[in-house]
Design a protein around this ligand. Structure first.
Ligand SMILES: [Zn+2]
Length: 183
């Protein structure tokens, strides 16, 4: 009798829906992180995204790099690889043990996210550049610019050799976020 009443009564069916919802949410909570990400479950890990951004681990660059990606309308549309020196971490002989990790990740993001380009963002006053090439190679802004120009050129060349269809953008960012692009 109670069941019949619930099924035919608008107020009770409303309560029943709430209870069902609570049970549903409870099941999601039981599934750990599932609840937080439930709305996005419909999205595949694969897809068509715009870019991979390669940046340095320097904490000062988090915000400027973030601002740059917002300005470029890349929010939610790029994968990212963060490594000391950015492009320097990928091409400098001093960091040769790291190189494979980058190239494997680039190949993976091309396969999974079908990115159209990779954007390498080196930055000024980079400690990794000093480690890789020595103090003299970053002694003043002009020398520093040439050091990064060479590393970013090497990066473009190596990307081209591995993924000739992929676009490559390379830039040197000042600590205030100002980008100087190299072609
Ligand atoms: Zn750095």
């Amino acid at each position: 009798m109670t069941l019949l009443h619930e099924a035919s009564c608008a107020c009770c069916s409303g309560i029943k829906t709430m209870l069902d919802r609570r049970r549903f949410v409870g099941a999601l909570i039981g599934g750990g992180a599932t609840l937080t990400f439930a709305p996005q479950l419909a999205l595949s890990a694969e897809g068509n995204y715009e870019a991979m951004v390669l940046a340095c681990i320097d904490p000062r660059m988090q915000e400027p790099v973030h601002r740059y990606t917002v300005e470029q309308n890349l929010t939610g549309k790029f994968s990212q690889f963060v490594i000391a020196g950015a492009a320097i971490g990928v091409v400098a002989p001093a960091f040769k043990n790291w190189h494979k990790a980058f190239w494997d990740n680039l190949a993976t993001t091309i396969e999974l996210h079908r990115i159209k380009k990779v954007i390498a963002i080196d930055h000024r006053d980079c400690g990794a550049a000093k480690i890789a090439y020595g103090e003299a190679k970053v002694a003043n802004p002009q020398v520093e610019t040439e050091t990064h120009r060479a590393a970013l050129g090497q990066f473009r060349k190596q990307v081209g050799e591995r993924h000739h269809q992929l676009g490559v953008e390379t830039g040197l960012m000042a600590l205030d976020g100002k980008m100087e692009m190299f072609i």
